[in-house]
Design a binder for this molecule. Structure first.
Ligand code: GLP
Length: 246
């Protein structure tokens, strides 16, 4: 695991573009994408870059159940407005939150991931250590499934909705087993509210109670943090593992 700490989110976004560029140069054409506040700046930088994704495939992690792609809070809408409209991809996939059968949709999504192996997966992290919408307790072997969102996730995501009651209570998400299949993973985390989860994920026990801790087991992970998100990492651990980029 490579851990890079930069001064602020802007520097991290630029660093993220470098990682995209490197991956593309080495043949990456299938990108696993995330939503949320964390990758917004990265997508902005990608839109302004000269990178061309017209021969690439994008496969997202998750989608709310019950929101269609025209709903401004759906992850399809987020991806269209933050990236795909400006930087078209050959194919883009997100789970269908309106699918009549969640079970069929999960099988279909697993098939999409299996037939298009992800070269580079972008991840954010929830304050409780979730990745995608895999909440604490999700088996590391899980594949695409329906989740009941925890109250802490609903609360955290309510900032995008009129109020907490508008936040869907369920989502479709790639499982941890799917995420681990990606050849390379880039986890990004910014701000003090992520510091505890980052510390536990990187330096704590690998446990299903903290989903992101499983990344310690993946052979090709880069973690990109700003100073605030890195603030609780023990100094001896930092000395041994962290590269500061200023
Ligand atoms: C959300 C998303 C995750 C995201 C995480 C953190 O619930 N499903 O994919 O990484 O929570 O969100 P944010 O980047 O807004 O802090």
């Amino acid at each position: 695991m490579k851990v890079l700490v930069v001064k602020n989110q802007k520097d991290a976004d630029r660093q993220g573009v470098k990682i995209f560029r490197q991956a593309y140069k080495h043949g990456a054409r299938t990108f696993g994408l995330a939503t949320g506040g964390t990758p917004e700046g990265l997508y902005r930088e990608l839109c302004q870059s000269d990178l061309d994704f017209r021969d690439c495939i994008a496969i997202n992690l998750d989608e709310y159940v019950g929101l269609d792609g025209n709903h401004p809070q759906s992850y399809r809408y987020y991806m269209q407005s933050n990236l795909f409209n400006q930087k078209p991809f050959a194919e883009t996939y997100l789970p269908d939150g309106m699918a009549p059968s969640a079970k069929v949709e999960c099988t279909h999504y697993n098939w999409i991931i299996a037939t298009n192996p992800i070269d580079l997966q972008i991840l954010g992290i929830g304050q409780n250590g979730h990745i995608g919408f895999n909440e604490p307790g999700t088996p590391f072997t899980s594949t695409t499934h329906v989740v009941n969102l925890t109250s802490s996730t609903i609360k955290a995501n309510s900032r995008y909705f009129k109020d907490e009651s508008q936040v869907p209570t369920q989502a479709l998400t790639q499982g941890i087993g799917n995420i681990l299949q990606a050849k390379q993973i880039l986890l990004m985390a910014f701000g003090p509210e992520k510091a505890q989860a980052v510390k536990e994920a990187l330096t704590g026990k690998v446990t299903e109670d903290l989903p992101a801790s499983v990344l310690q087991k993946h052979p090709h992970v880069t973690v990109l943090l700003d100073e605030a998100a890195a603030a609780l990492l023990p100094s001896e651990w930092v000395a041994e593992h962290v590269q500061h980029i200023y």
